[in-house]
Ligand binder design. Structure first.
Ligand code: PEP
Ligand code: MG
Length: 292
């Protein structure tokens, strides 16, 4: 069976009727890039940048981040690399941020909320990303978005960073910028958000948590945590339709994207991309290729 999967390397993700979909991989460290290439993923659909911030005593410098991002885009040699900005807080804590205890961390001070409040942290990461974008096919993705106002604020900070790099004569590129759709709010206003961004990537892990009101980390609730819930599937369809209405693409980077029972339904819904663990890339490809 493994042998069969191996023969799918180098083949297209195409259904028997000729419909194509991108299959990318999710990674959490620079060391994982090897697995992405080994499994013939078309790109990196979610690079969790938290690895740069976790397990250390202070923030990573702009230079450290720039080196890491550049290394990844260069290793991927022209294939798309979607780097998600800092998604810290909730289940991912760093001591030096001094976030303090929260009663409800999943609904707390996290991700883009930290970045918009503590602009210095955000600007350092954006500078590194814009600089690295000059070396390859880099896209930026913003997590936990709930409003168009947040996107406007992000763009104004990106403008600031651009001006600063310009003035300093440092090479950079403004990359493709998209958002994660992982809150019910962002699903419901996805028509408006689609006008503002280049792409959507649906984070089904958090979207399921917030839609079903079920803590994704509470094992007692495992029997209730159902990402196949009709509410989630309808949300995905709505998001894809709203993206396409505005000429934008939409993918899934949450765990559900690798659910082999749903691959064919996702293709039928019109999803443009599925980003899955490197070990799942060829299995999803197989499913797509077996589809009428
Ligand atoms: C998600 O929420 O589905 C997602 C991809 O992000 P993370 O699992 O890192 O929260
Ligand atoms: Mg998430």
């Amino acid at each position: 069976k493994t042998e069969l999967l191996q023969t799918l390397k180098g083949k297209e993700n195409v259904t028997r009727s000729g419909k194509k979909i991108h299959i990318y991989a999710n990674i959490g460290s620079v060391g994982d890039v090897g697995y992405v290439l080994e499994n013939d993923a078309g790109g990196i659909g979610l690079f969790r940048s938290e690895f740069l911030y976790l397990g250390r005593n202070d923030f990573p410098t702009e230079e450290e981040q720039f080196q890491a991002y550049r290394q990844v885009v260069q290793t991927m040699a022209g294939k798309k690399v979607i780097i998600r900005t800092l998604d810290i807080g909730a289940d991912k804590q760093v001591d030096y941020l001094n976030l303090g205890r929260e009663d409800n961390p999943a609904m707390g001070y996290r991700a883009i909320r930290i970045c918009l409040k503590q602009k210095d942290i955000f600007k350092t990461q954006l500078r590194a990303l814009l600089r690295a974008a000059a070396y390859g096919n880099l896209s930026i993705m913003y997590p936990m978005i709930i409003s168009t106002e947040e996107v406007r604020q992000i763009y104004s900070i990106v403008d600031e960073v651009e001006c600063e790099l310009n003035d300093a004569g440092i090479p950079y590129k403004i990359p493709e910028q998209g958002i994660m759709i992982e809150t019910p709010a962002s699903v419901m206003i996805s028509d408006e958000l689609a006008e503002m961004v280049d792409f959507f990537s649906i984070g089904t892990n958090d979207l399921t948590q917030y839609t079903l009101a079920i803590d994704r980390q509470n094992e007692k609730l495992d029997d209730f945590y159902n990402p196949h819930h009709k509410a989630i599937l309808r949300m995905i369809k709505l998001v894809v339709d709203n993206a396409h209405k505005h000429g934008k693409w939409a993918g899934i980077c949450g765990e559900l994207g690798a659910d082999l029972e749903l691959t064919q339904e996702f293709v039928r819904m019109g999803l443009d991309e599925l980003s899955v663990a490197p070990s799942m890339v060829l299995k999803v490809r197989k499913n797509v290729r077996e589809m009428e």
